[in-house]
Every structure is written in C-alpha cells, then in structure tokens.
Design a protein around this ligand. Structure first.
Ligand code: C2E
Ligand code: CA
Ligand code: CA
Length: 638
C-alpha cells in the first residue's frame, strides 16, 4: 500500500515522484477511485484529516491499495478486464475489508494462459488415450496368445493322456507365462489319470480273474462246459470260413461213479486232477482241455487229421494207464474210454454233427468188451439211431447253450373238489426244424451226456421269462421239474434266486424225484430246506414208481406228494385199491398235500377226490400247452 498526505487544497505534501499517487487531488471528490497503472488495478482512497470531527480539515490522506490479492483470493484462473472495473463506495462511507469486494464491479475474462494449459492437457490426454487404444489393440492379440498358449498346452496334454493311457506327460504347461494354477491342474490331471489307469488295471485283472473263474473248472484247472460251448461257436466260424480239418476227442473215465462211491470223493477228485494233468501234458499249448461233465473231458484239434487225432488219443490212453493211485488207496487200474470224430475235407460239416459223431464213438468205446479208443464210422451210426438221433443231438445242444428252441408247456394242477387251477407244471419241449422234441427223446441223451445241470438251468431261465411275459396267470403258480444232479448242486440256490421276486404273487414248486434224494441225502435235504425257507414248496414226484418212497418221505422237507400215473391207474384194481387208499390216508395224515397224476376221465377224478386226494393233474383237466387258455382256469368234476 502507498500513502501520501495532502494539504487543505489537495496539494501533496510529500514527494510523490516515485509514487503512483497524484500530486494534486480533487478535494470535492473524496470517494474511492480505481487507478490503473501499467501492471495492475489499484484503489485510491482519499480521507480528510481532522483534529476534532467538528473542526475544519487539516488536510487529506490518500492511500493506494492493490486489488490483485483481493481478486486473486476469489478468481484464481480468471482475468479482470480493467476497463470494466469500477467501485461504488459513497463519500465518507466506511467499508470493512471483508465486504470490500462486494463494492467492486468488473467483468471476468478467461485467462489465455490457463486456456493454453488446459488445451495442452486435453490434447495430451487425448494423445495418451489414442496411444493407449493403439497399444491395447497391439497388445491384446499378444496377451491373448500368451494367455491361450498354456490352455492350448493343457488341452494338448489331455490329448496326449487320451492317446497314451499308460503315460503321464510332464511338460510344464505354463512355460511361456508361468501360471501356477495351470501347472497344478496338469499335476491333478496326471494324478487322476494315474489313479484311473490303476483302477483300469485292477478292473482288467478282476475281469480276467472273473473270466477265468467263469471259464475254468476249479478242481482240475481245465476249462469248463461254458468255455466248451463258447469254443464250439468259434469252431463253427472255422467251419464257415476255412477248410481246416477238425477233430473232436471225448474222454470218459471207466466206472468213475463206482470208484467215487468206493474210495470216496477225495480220491475221486485226485483221479480227476491226475487225469486232466496227464492229458494236458500230451496236448500242445494251443489245444485246450475242457471238463464237460463229472468224469468227461474233451478237446478240439484244429487243422488236424484222423491219424494225428488217433495218435494223441493213444498217447493219452498210455499215459493214463501208467498213472498209479496206490498212494490214495486205489489199487485197481484206472482206464479211460476215448471217442474220436473228424471232419473230412470234402464234407460240409458243422460242430453239432462232429459232436454227435464223437458221442456215438464214445458210446461204443464205453461198452464192455469194446476197444478203449473208438473212431466214428457210418456203421456205428446205424446201430445207435434211436438214442443218438443227430436231430435231437443238435437241437439239445442248441437249447442248452443259449435256450434256442426251448419251449415250456404248462399243464394245470387243479383242486379235485372244485376244479380250480392251483398251479401249472412246466414240461420241457424243444422245437427243432418245425417239430417238437419230447422229454422221452431229450432225457436219454441228457443223461448219457450228463447235461442235466445245463438243461435245468435253461428251463429255470425260460420259466422266469414266461412269468415276466404274463404266460402264467396271476394267483396261480408254476412247478419246475429238476433232475437229481441239480438238486444236489451247490449252485442250485443261486439259480433259483432268479425266481424269488415272484414268490409273493405265484405259488412256486420244485418237483424232485426219489433218485435225487437217494444219491446225496444230506446235500439234498440241506438244499431243499434252504429253498423252503426262500418260500418254495417241494413236491416229491413220481411217488410209487420207486421202491423206498416212504423212507425218504419221512426224512425230507416235502410239502406235496405226487402219485405216479402207474399207481393212479391201479385205482380200479380190487386188490390194489385198498392199499392205495391206506397209503393216501397215511400221507394226508402226515400233513402232505396229495396230487394224483394222469387223470384222464371224470370218473377217475371223482374217485380220487373221494379217496381224499387234494389235487389232480391229467388230460381230463388239460393237456400241457405252450399257452394257457383262459377257460382252463376251472373245471368242475361234479
Ligand atoms: P412228469 O414230471 O411225471 O410229468 C408228467 C408227464 O405226464 C408229462 O409228460 C405229461 O405230459 C404226462 N401226462 C400228464 N397228464 C397225463 C395224462 O392224463 N395221461 C398221460 N398218459 N400222460 C399225462 P412229459 O411232458 O412227456 O414229461 C415226461 C417227463 O419228463 C416228466 O414226467 C418229467 O420227469 C420229465 N420232464 C419234463 N419236463 C422236464 C423239465 O423241464 N425238467 C426235467 N428235469 N424233467 C422234465
Ligand atoms: Ca413232474
Ligand atoms: Ca410225475
């Protein structure tokens, strides 16, 4: 701030040369004035000086104050246009510094420097933005490439794992751009892959074990009947696609049953093991030995000829003759019968025909007085037509290997008092080349070839399928005939478990004959007891056709007794009728349900009803049929 003193006339008292204040002031106008020098606007204030307020002026004091700090405080980045600057403080008015700015009038204008800085900043920012965009556009593909490479590597890694299941790939996935997580994923994948391989290996092993178990005979280590059936299929393909000659050799231990019964099962097992080893020693690595029945073995030679087959048969025979079983107490020689059959290169053969020929051959080899090794010839075939009809033979083998042609016929068993159907007996037939093969033709061959287990198994499966398909009316039931070897077989319960789901809606019976009970009493009793607990009822079939029925009836878990047709026929005999009557009463009183078989007339049905028989079965009530007619559900005898 500048200051100068003036006299009463307004003339400056001090030297003002260096000052911006004027030498003379207008004493009549002592308001505030704006003075603009070449640098900045200033405000000049003139004040009279009094000794006392009431006395005259002694002079004047003028001050020159800078306005820039005032403006700067409120307008940082603007300029004041000096031409527009004015002040409106009236004469003698007192204005405090805080409101002083309010008395100033001016117009603001933009600061060219600020504008220049602003535009410089804006353009710099714009350039920077352009640069960033260009940089981003340039960097993005590179970044994408860098990012995607590890993922691509990971996918290649997975591909490699797929291609080489037993290898892990150890390259670093995140090599270019090390990404820890991706490498972790790779490690996890490898670990998972290893675990998977291990699981597969274990599964393969288990699969092989199961396959071995399913295809091997646990006692002798030879392949079993199932494997033989499978192999027969393979051989059939060879017949179709190649002209290789094939030989089938069947082996049967002479009098094995007697041997088993005399020296015990343990000794019998030892004989079987030794014999299978002896045959295996003769056979080459590719030739497989099958145990196809209790004491029956077989081998199939591919690319063979009759001379070679006979030579192998002879070697086996000699080898077995040299075996000694003295250590286990068997002093008598153990011998083997061998049946041989060969295909001829000219003949259009099949495995069924070859099997039939070998069966015929072994049938003769087993006959007393015949040579131990017999090759098939057409002369032999002429002597065995009845029992070993080629037709029955192929039909049976197809039926037992996969159920082909197997048809169950169902015959009703009714309540004699009211004719109501209780259940149906399942009776086997095999359909072959448009004809039905009956049990009378099937069973001699089944027994001769020890095929009871295979056949019964197929019958059970067929009955299960028939129940599922609604062949058996709900509320009735079905009875299944099982042969003696099945009743004492360890697998019996397992097979019949397939019928368990139907046990609540159907009466399920198992028919057994006395022979089954006689051979292995303890095992038969145990198995039948277990079946009863599962909910099956046990029927003793063909009662009266044997000689020791009553003895076994008391000892066995039996619910139903079926009087054999031959016994029922004697009802009209004066001598037999009272015996039949007493026998029936005894059985009824011991708590068994009594069934009469072979009822062909109304009269017979009435008579048997009077005798107290509960149920009846026979052509009078219905013949065995593949379908069950709805009218069959009841037939009154009154
Ligand atoms: P089975 O168990 O005694 O069966 C009754 C047999 O008598 C049946 O002969 C049946 O057709 C016949 N039959 C029924 N009613 C009459 C009648 O009024 N008069 C005459 N004359 N016969 C009648 P099929 O079907 O020929 O069966 C014969 C035998 O074969 C059966 O005798 C049974 O021991 C056996 N069998 C049948 N099917 C099977 C089966 O699936 N498995 C087993 N293991 N054996 C079976
Ligand atoms: Ca029966
Ligand atoms: Ca019967």
């Amino acid at each position: 701030m500048e200051l100068a003193l003036y006299d009463q006339n307004g003339s400056v008292l001090s030297d003002t040369d260096t000052s911006l204040l004027p030498d003379k002031i207008d004493i009549n106008d002592t308001t505030a004035h704006i003075v603009i020098n070449e640098y900045e606007p200033l405000v000049m204030v003139i004040k009279p000086i009094h000794k006392e307020p009431s006395q005259d002026n002694l002079g004047y004091i003028a001050t020159l104050n800078r306005l820039r700090p005032v403006f700067y405080a409120s307008h940082h980045f603007s300029l004041i246009d000096p031409k527009t600057l004015s002040i409106d403080i009236r004469q003698a008015e007192q204005v405090s510094s805080s409101v002083f700015i309010n008395h100033l009038h001016y117009q603001l204008s933009d600061d060219p420097y600020t504008e220049a800085v602003q535009s410089a900043i804006t353009s710099s920012l714009l350039r920077l933005a352009h640069f960033a965009v260009i940089l981003t556009l340039l960097i993005f593909p590179l970044a994408a490439l860098l990012m995607s490479r590890p993922i691509m590597r990971l996918s290649q890694h997975i591909d490699k794992l797929k291609q080489s299941p037993y290898r892990t790939v150890s390259n670093k996935i995140g090599r270019t751009l090390f990404i820890k997580e991706l490498d972790k994923i790779r490690e996890s994948l490898n670990a998972y892959h290893n675990d998977l391989n291990l699981a597969y290996t274990n599964l393969d092993e288990k699969d092989r074990e199961l396959h071995d178990l399913a295809h091997h005979d646990p006692l002798t280590g030879a392949m079993n009947r199932k494997a033989f059936n499978d192999f027969r299929q393979e051989v059939n393909n060879i017949f179709q696609y190649s002209h290789k000659q094939i030989s089938l050799l069947l082996f049967d231990i002479n009098h094995f049953k007697a041997l088993n019964d005399t020296y015990g099962h343990q000794a019998g097992d030892e004989v079987l093991i030794a014999i299978s080893q002896a045959i295996n020693n003769i056979l080459s690595g590719q030739e497989k030995l099958f145990r196809i029945g209790g004491d029956e073995f077989a081998t199939i030679l591919i690319d063979s000829n009759p001379r070679k087959a006979r030579q192998i048969a002879k070697q086996c025979h000699v080898m077995i003759s040299q075996l000694s079983f003295e250590k286990i107490g068997i002093l008598e020689p153990v011998r083997m019968s061998i049946g041989l059959a060969n295909t001829s290169p000219k003949e259009n053969s099949s495995i069924d025909t070859l099997q039939w020929k070998a069966d015929v051959a072994i049938h003769f080899a087993k006959r007393p007085g015949n040579p131990n090794i017999v090759s098939f010839s057409s002369e032999l075939a002429q002597n065995v037509q009845g029992l070993f009809s080629n037709r029955t033979h192929s039909a049976l083998f197809k039926a037992i290997s996969n159920g082909t042609g197997l048809i169950m016929h169902y015959q009703p068993i009714v309540t004699l008092s009211n004719g109501e159907v209780q259940y149906y007996e399942a009776l086997i037939r095999i359909q072959h080349e448009g004809q039905l093969i009956m049990p009378s033709h099937i069973f001699p061959l089944v027994e001769a070839r020890s095929l009871e287990l295979d056949l019964d198994r197929q019958v059970i499966q067929k009955v299960v399928a028939d129940i599922k398909n609604g062949v058996i009316p709900l509320g009735t039931g079905v009875s299944i005939n099982l042969s003696a070897p099945s009743i004492v077989d360890s697998e019996l319960i397992k097979w019949l478990t397939e019928l368990k789901p139907f046990i609540n809606n159907y009466k399920l019976l198992i028919e057994v004959t006395e022979t089954a009970l006689i051979t292995k009493l303890q095992t038969a009793r145990k198995n039948l007891g277990a079946l009863r607990e599962m909910g099956f009822r046990i029927a003793l079939d063909d009662f009266g056709s044997g000689y020791s029925s009553l003895r076994y009836l008391g000892a066995m878990p039996v619910d139903v007794v079926k009087f054999d047709i031959t016994l029922v026929r004697l009802i009209n005999s004066k001598q037999i009728n009272p015996i039949l009557n007493h026998l029936a009463q005894m059985i009824i009183e011991s708590g068994h349900l009594l069934v009469a078989e072979g009822i062909e007339t109304k009269r017979a049905a009435q008579q048997l009803n009077k005798l107290g028989f509960h149920y009846g079965q026979g052509y009078y009530f219905g013949k065995p049929d593949a379908t069950i007619p709805p009218t069959q559900l009841s037939r009154n005898i009154c």
